[in-house]
Ligand binder design. Structure first.
Ligand SMILES: NC(=O)c1ccc[n+]([C@@H]2O[C@H](COP(=O)([O-])OP(=O)(O)OC[C@H]3O[C@@H](n4cnc5c(N)ncnc54)[C@H](O)[C@@H]3O)[C@@H](O)[C@H]2O)c1
Length: 357
């Protein structure tokens, strides 16, 4: 475990406040704990991936502060951990600074689906850039290790296939997806600049398409789209000719990779995390129809602007440094996601998000 040290010649009110906050929040008792149990901050905790991450961290015996502004996250995603003695939920927007005492920061706050990140693109950039600066500042002050959830979108519409971490990408800086893609690229830049300039202990992962229960029904992501359309017996909309490829990683596999990246001391990243098995969009649609037994038909729509045609991670680095690779096949993962969406549809509970930012 790392502890914040205060240089008396450069002490600031933030340091003093932080110390005081640490005492009052019981941080001192945390100092006596062994390495195994740490104080974890998860931003974006009420979202799809963040909620599974919180659950896993609590199961491993850590203290977890879940932070979220509930833009696309929902409290009920955290039902398994709300009320647990080691879990605290904080409503906060990472574009504002926050003073906390933590050992590890998992920065997952950011809308991830096009429909949400394009709803307020300026806010999306602020979340990636100002939010990242705030979280890196917190990591710097507390000497916490910080892991940034970056994305395969930093590769844009790639000219290199499969995508290796050395590839610099092919991103349109002024297109409708740029608020997300370029925001995440700057967030990576900030991580590495804080690392070089201030010795902040960073980890950067590039996450490829991940799916599972708790995804929002109407967020335009391909797996949730197809599953919901199939369960409702509606036409399944394929953009373009359906020959564009994606790789799909089940959320449990991803969380295992995230924890492995955070735990190891050898590489700061970026490291790709995703499932390297490539499927065409048409194959995905056909598999969803088969598993759901739906009578849905496939209909074609024009490809959205800047939609990448191929996307497949090279996960050699994750295999080598993290001893990690996905274990859940697409059929097995889809069965779990389909069961979740079926339950939500049958219960009639609408998937509402605030969209008020
Ligand atoms: N799901 C994927 O396939 C995927 C792929 C690549 C990268 N990622 C990254 O992983 C992270 C989580 O993605 P997800 O799929 O769980 O998305 P999600 O939308 O379900 O979760 C994002 C969470 O962040 C919260 N949030 C957004 N802006 C915030 C802000 N300014 N302050 C505080 N909280 C804020 C939202 O309310 C939500 O709970 C994102 O950073 C995303 O870019 C996800």
């Amino acid at each position: 475990m790392r502890y914040a040290t205060i240089d008396p010649t450069r002490v600031s009110w933030q340091d003093l406040y932080g110390l005081a906050a640490g005492f009052t929040a019981g941080y001192v008792s945390n100092l006596t704990r062994g390495d195994a149990a740490m104080r974890m901050l998860v931003t974006g905790a009420a979202g799809f991936i963040g909620s599974f991450l919180c659950e896993r961290l609590i199961a491993e015996g850590h203290q977890v502060i879940g932070l979220d502004n509930f833009f696309t996250g929902r409290k009920h995603n955290l039902e398994p951990v709300i009320g647990h003695k080691d879990f605290e939920l904080v409503r906060h927007d990472i574009t504002q600074p926050i003073l906390l005492e933590v050992d590890r920061i998992f920065n997952f706050a950011c809308p991830a689906s096009p429909v949400h990140y394009q709803y307020n693109p300026v806010k999306t950039v602020k979340t990636s850039v100002i939010g990242m600066i705030n979280m890196l500042g917190l990591a710097k002050r507390t000497h916490a290790r910080i892991l940034q959830a970056s994305t395969s979108e930093v590769y844009g519409d790639p000219h290199v296939h499969p995508q290796v971490e050395e590839y610099w990408g092919n991103v349109n800086p002024i297109g409708p997806r740029a608020c997300y893609d370029e925001g995440k690229r700057v967030a990576e830049t900030l991580c590495f600049d804080y690392h070089r300039q201030n010795n902040v202990d960073i980890r950067v992962i590039r996450i490829f398409n991940t799916y599972g229960p708790r995804m929002l029904m109407d967020d335009g992501r391909v797996v949730s789209n197809f599953v919901v359309q199939a369960l409702k017996g509606e036409d399944i909309t394929i953009y373009g000719d359906g020959q564009q490829t994606r790789s799909f990683c089940y959320v449990d596999d991803l969380v295992t990779g995230i924890l492995a990246m955070m735990a190891q001391d050898d590489v700061v990243g970026p490291v790709n995390l995703g499932n390297p098995t490539e499927y065409t969009i048409r194959q995905l649609a056909e598999l969803v129809i088969e598993i759901t037994g739906s009578s849905s038909k496939l209909v074609k729509r024009p490809l959205p602007k800047d939609d990448p045609t191929r996307r497949q991670p090279d996960i050699s680095k994750a295999r080598k440094h993290l001893d990690w690779e996905p274990t859940v096949g697409l059929r097995a993962g889809l069965e779990k996601a389909i069961a979740y969406f079926d339950g939500v549809l049958k219960s009639g509970t609408a998937d509402r998000v605030s969209m008020g930012h």
